[in-house]
Structure formats: C-alpha cells, structure tokens
Design a protein around this ligand. Structure first.
Ligand SMILES: O=c1ccn([C@@H]2O[C@H](COP(=O)(O)OP(=O)(O)O[C@H]3O[C@H](CO)[C@@H](O)[C@H](O)[C@H]3O)[C@@H](O)[C@H]2O)c(=O)[nH]1
Ligand SMILES: [Mn+2]
Length: 675
C-alpha cells in the first residue's frame, strides 16, 4: 500500500485559471455579448433517489443554484433524475420552476454569489439584507408547502393552485419506487418561458426513468445514463455537469472556470472531464467525523493531476459529452475551433414537441439498454457501487485525460454525513464498490498499469485495495495489546537499535501526514480528527466492507446502494455542533469500536502496572507496546466516554457496551492461548 501511495506523490500539480482572460483570448475580443454567444451549451444532471433521505426542497435549491449561473440562460438545461419516482419531488420542482422566475433575476440584479436559496437565506445578507424581504417570504412559503407534503406523504389538492400543475402532478401520482413507467416533464422551456422581467429562462426537465423489479437499474450510473440519452434527444449540449442532489453551486462562474480547460486547444483533444473537489458546508471546527476527506479529494487529486488526471468523484464534474462514447482515437476530430467541444447549437426544435418527448420516453425505458454497449463500453460504467471511480478509471484507460480544478472559493458545496454511523456506512459501500473493481478483469494492477500508465494504475490500485487497510489496522489495534497483557514482548527494547527505527518510522509518517494536510489549508485539530477517523474506518467500514464483499462473492448477499441520509435530527445536530460524537444507534460498528477500546484500555492499565512492579527493565522491554496502547486509548477517548461516562442520548446504548465488554473478555482469554 505504501508503494501504491508513492505514485500520488510523484508529480503533484496545482493549477490556477483566469476565466476572464482565457475567454477573451479564445472567443475573441472583449465584446461581452459575442463571448456569451459563443459559449457552448451546458446540460446539468442532478440525481436524487429518495425524498425521505434527500429532502426535495434542498434538491430544488441545488437545481436553482445552477439555473442561476452567470451563463446565458438559454444555453443551460437542468435535468433532474428522480429515482424515487416520487410525486413529492415532482411537486417541489413544479414549485421551484415558478420560484425560479423570481429568484434568477433577483440574484443577477443584486450580484449575489450564493445562488442556492437554501444557503443564501441562512447568510446574514439573506436573513436581513436590503430588498430581500419579499423574495425571502416567497421562498419560505414555497419551502413550507413542500415540507407540508413531506409530512403528509402525498400532495393534497389544496396545495395545487394552478390548473396546469394539476395536470402534471396527476401523471406522477401513485408511482411505486421500484415499478413505474417513465415520466418526463418539461417544467421550463428556454424559448417559451420567461422570468418576471421577460428574460429567457434555462430549460428545466424532470425525469423519472422507467423502473421494473425484473430489470436491473444499476443505481446512479443507470440514472446518469438515462439522463445522458434523454438530454441528447432534447438539447444535446457538448458539455454536461453532474451533480449529487446535495451539492449546490457556490460560484456562479464555475462553468467559465471549467471552460478554461475544456476549450484549451492544447489539451482539448484528449480532455474528458474537469473535476472540482467535493467540499462541504456546515462542518464543525474539528470536523470530528473526518467528513471532508481532504486526502482523498484534494491531496491525492493534485497528485493524480500530474499523471492522467484526477479520478471522477461523482459530483462537481464537467464532462465533454463525446468522451463517454468511445476512446479519443475512435472519434473524428472536431470541426469546431475547440478541438474537444463542438460549440454549434442544436437545431431549434421545441423540447416539448411530441416527437421529442416520445423519443425521450423511449430512451428512458428500462429495457432500452438490453443488448447494447451502455454501461460496458459507453456511458457511465456498470459493475461497481462506486460508479464514479470506475467510470473515471475506464476513461483514463481509454486514453482520456482529466484536469483538477480547485479554486480558492469552493465551486460546489455539499453535505457531509453528520452522524458517525452514516459516515461509516457510506465508507463501507465505497469499500465494497472498490473491491468490485479490484477483482474484476479491469483490475488497476493488471489492466490499469498497462492501459492508463504505470503510475496511474498504481494510484487506482491504491484505492481499489483501500479496504485492505483493515488488516494492519486491526492487527495493530489488538495484537500488541494482548501481548502486553500476557507479558510477551513483540517489539525491540528501548535500549536496542531497532527501537530507533520504529520511532523514526512512526514520527516520520505522522509528520509527513500532518504537513501534507496543512498544505491544503488544513488545521492541526482537523488533522487529528482525520487520523482518528482513519483508524475508526479501518476497524469498522473497511473490515465490514471486506466481509460484505466476500459474502457478495459467495452469493450470500447482493451489493446494494444504501443511500446516505441528508436529514439530521435536532439532537444530533446539537451534539455535532458541540463537537461531540453521536453513537445513539445500536450499530455493529460501535460494538467493534467498543471492544477495541476496552482491550486497549485494559492492556494499558495492566501493562503500566506490570512494568512499574518489575524491579528493572519493565519499561525498557514493553515501552513500544505500552505506547501503542496509550496512543490507541487517546484515539478511543470519545468511545470510552460514550460507553462509561456520558448520560445523554448520544451515548453508546447499554446493550452494545455490554456486548463489547463480553467480546473484549473473550478476546483477552483467547490471547492466553496465543501468548
Ligand atoms: O440508485 C440510486 C442511488 C443513488 N443515486 C444518487 O447518487 C447520489 C449519491 O448518493 P449518496 O447516497 O449521497 O452517496 P455518497 O456516498 O454521499 O456519494 C459518493 O459516492 C457515490 C458512489 O458510491 C458517488 O456516486 C457520489 O457522487 C459520491 O459523492 C445522490 O444524489 C443519489 O440521489 C441515484 O440517483 N440512484
Ligand atoms: Mn452524498
């Protein structure tokens, strides 16, 4: 693993783009309207899958934030994929389309940077800013309506004021999640619908693909492929942006930033995508759950950028459409001035035209992909729960490249799990998905190192075998401790030279880690949380993920995409804001953590007592083992506290604590037979 990791450090790249200069140079002159005219069309894909875990009001807010880009409105088309097939989400979007007519001009007239209404109205300017009262009330009333449907669980007739909305909502009524026909609804059409000032609006299209319990739907990759086809029938923009439902825009100029690369003739012929890092809002100062994953999303991405380019992380990514339809060599060179991007616009056919809508329904059918190359050779690739990692990897193997764009002001901000169990389950799903790639015929070690490049292959292999960290982490969490309890020295004595080697390795790797972290604007406290979470994930998500993958392979269970919840209870939020862990659910992850914490605590106590009682040399012999136990206990403090000291609702449930004590006792007695 150490060797694989070095590939990321081979050639890190940091970029800075100057959107105004580049667009001027490439599109000709300072004439603003000419520049606007020449900008390529942009499709935006937003995925949502369950109104209960992904509140429709905030999904709509994400859509509004991109509809309000500083980009010619008639060139933007926002497609929302609703895998939940829920009338609640549809209703939220019907309302959002209406609100957009006010929101878009409001943002542009007032030069607001924060164009997600959800985020804007929590800022001080949004709460009591001049002139924003009317729009705030409008937003609030829309949000309340949407939330009231959520409480009821259906859209009641008294909430539908306009006749035409009634017709739309009627079509989506009573869909079941797993079995329903396709539903495509154009909510806004650029040429036809205008905002309150009479300016053009972007297209807004709601898509719920056909689902049937007998056809595989391939989770998010399937949803994205449906959008890819529906959008090619309707608008076929040369560039598209993928977004998760919780990732809203935080910079209205983000498309121009991406275009700096996408339109650059020196790289465009092979450039497939421009990836922005996943960054998060509302993290607490310490980021106790290590949710920002700086290493994954920023440090490693810079490292990959010097090789084939960063991996695709599922959201905040601008793609060149044609790159999903075959390797760069198989495509004719583009007729337009910008090698990769065809800037000509699609013929003016209404996206509401019968023929277009009918064709769109056809390509959103659940049997459309049967016996085609979708998911294997074209589009987003199937076969892994981390379709993002897998698709990016396959594109790199085909010879495509990518660019990492990490401007100072985050271009997108999303939600990170604010609950330990959710964060660990999310990571477990990633581990399972990564193993699916690791042991496939496209394994980065054998296939990637040949097809992409040796070093890129190593980077991808590092991720593919990410879950294997559970082995060293579990070994270090238990074996030296058991040895300590039974007086068996496993490490060199303090007085021997081997001791210096261990000390050096420990200090060097921790210092290196800290410096890397601080270099991407991290703080020491967040670094501490990050390294603690790495151990916690190693013990729980990684080992459960490894077991789950093994069970899937044996056919005992099938891989499933457990959606990360974006709703949080108030008591959990309050704890999170205070920087206190929430353990209040009976989760097997916590049993394991509790067990390890107890083993370490007991070995520390036993070890120190024994060492002090010995006449001489007690510490000399056992120092490293005592240190490891002590270090683990330090990291486990929140767990120990949650088991034995805390009394609030976020403590570890009594049942789990008892089980952990039992397991720890068993492990210690098991140690008797080994040592
Ligand atoms: O059947 C599905 C399952 C998920 N989604 C959407 O996929 C997105 C990501 O799901 P989430 O539960 O938020 O997963 P995360 O683990 O937070 O997401 C990370 O990991 C995923 C791969 O496991 C990537 O797809 C994401 O882009 C990446 O942010 C959400 O918008 C979902 O609505 C679907 O559209 N259909
Ligand atoms: Mn997510």
């Amino acid at each position: 693993m150490w060797l694989f990791l070095q590939a990321f450090r081979w050639r890190p790249v940091r970029r800075k783009e100057h959107p105004h200069l580049l667009l001027e140079a490439m599109i000709g002159g300072r004439d603003n309207s000419l520049q606007q005219q020449k900008l390529p069309a942009l499709d935006v894909f937003i995925c949502t899958a369950d109104p209960c875990k992904e509140p429709p009001a905030s999904v709509a807010s994400t859509a509004l934030s991109v509809m309000a880009y500083d980009y010619p409105a008639e060139k933007i088309s926002v497609y929302v994929s609703d895998d939940g097939g829920s009338e609640l989400t549809l209703f939220a979007f019907v309302e959002a389309a209406r609100f957009a007519r006010h929101w878009l001009p409001f943002c542009k007239e007032n030069g607001i940077d924060q164009r997600s209404p959800d985020a804007y109205f929590t800022t001080s300017a949004g709460r009591d800013g001049y002139g924003s009262e009317k729009i705030r009330l409008m937003y609030q009333s829309m949000k309340e309506k949407v939330e009231s449907t959520m409480e009821k669980g259906f859209v009641s007739n008294d909430l539908i004021i306009h006749e035409e909305d009634y017709d739309i909502l009627k079509k989506g009524k009573g869909f079941s999640r797993r079995d329903h026909p396709s539903m495509i609804q154009v909510l806004l059409e650029s040429g036809k619908d205008c905002d309150i000032n009479g300016n053009a609006m972007p297209n807004l299209i709601y898509v719920s693909r056909e689902k049937s319990s007998t056809s595989p739907h391939n989770f998010k990759a399937g949803a994205l492929n449906t959008l890819l086809r529906v959008s090619s029938v309707m608008t076929n923009a040369p560039i598209f942006l993928t977004l998760d439902c919780d990732m809203c825009s935080n910079d209205p100029q983000a498309p121009q930033r991406a275009l700096c690369y996408l339109l650059d003739p020196s790289m465009a012929s092979k450039l497939s995508f421009v990836q922005f890092p996943q960054r998060y809002r509302g993290l607490d100062d310490d980021d106790i759950y290590g949710g920002e994953l700086r290493r994954l999303f920023r440090i490693n991405s810079q490292g990959l950028d010097g090789l084939c380019g960063p991996n695709y992380v599922g959201t905040g990514c601008f793609f060149v459409r044609r790159s999903l339809f075959g390797p760069p060599s198989s495509l004719p060179s583009s007729p337009s001035a910008f090698a990769g991007v065809d800037c000509t616009t699609k013929a003016d056919v209404s996206i509401r035209a019968d023929g277009t809508v009918k064709k769109a329904h056809e390509v959103a059918g659940c049997r459309y992909e049967l016996h085609t190359m979708w998911g294997s050779m074209i589009g987003f690739r199937y076969g892994s729960l981390v379709e993002d990692y897998y698709t990016g990897y396959r594109l790199h193997c085909e010879g495509w490249r990518s660019v990492f764009c990490d401007p100072e002001r985050p271009a997108f901000l999303g939600d990170s799990p604010r609950n330990l169990n959710d964060g660990l389950s999310q990571c477990r799903r990633w581990v399972v998905g990564l193993y699916e790639v690791a042991f496939s015929r496209f394994s980065p070690l054998t296939y990637g190192t040949r097809k992409a490049s040796f070093s890129t292959g190593l980077c991808y292999a590092y991720y593919a075998f990410w879950g294997a960290w559970c082995i060293p982490i579990t070994v270090y969490a238990l074996i030296p401790q058991l040895g300590l309890i039974y007086d068996t020295p496993l490490f060199p004595k303090v007085s021997s030279t081997g001791f210096y080697l261990y000390t050096y390795l420990f200090l060097a790797s921790y210092c290196h880690d800290l410096i890397e972290f601080l270099r991407v604007e991290g703080t020491t406290r967040r670094w501490w949380s990050d390294q603690r979470m790495w151990m916690i994930r190693g013990l729980t998500s990684f080992s459960f993920g490894t077991m789950e993958y093994a069970l899937n392979q044996m056919g005992v269970s099938a891989p499933g995409f457990s959606l990360t919840s974006k709703v949080m209870e108030d008591d959990q939020n309050a704890l999170y804001d205070e920087g206190v862990f929430y353990f209040g659910v009976p989760s097997p992850f916590f049993t394991l953590l509790g067990t390890v914490a107890i083993v370490n605590l007991s070995s520390l106590v036993v070890g120190v007592l024994k060492a002090t009682r010995k006449e001489e040399g007690g510490f000399d012999e056992m120092f490293l083992q005592i240190f490891i136990s002590g270090f683990a206990v330090l990291n486990c403090l929140p767990v120990i506290e949650a088991m034995f000291i805390r009394r609030d609702g976020g403590r570890i449930p009594r049942k789990i604590t008892n089980l952990s004590i039992l397991l720890a006792g068993l492990l210690c007695s098991f140690g008797y037979f080994i040592f």
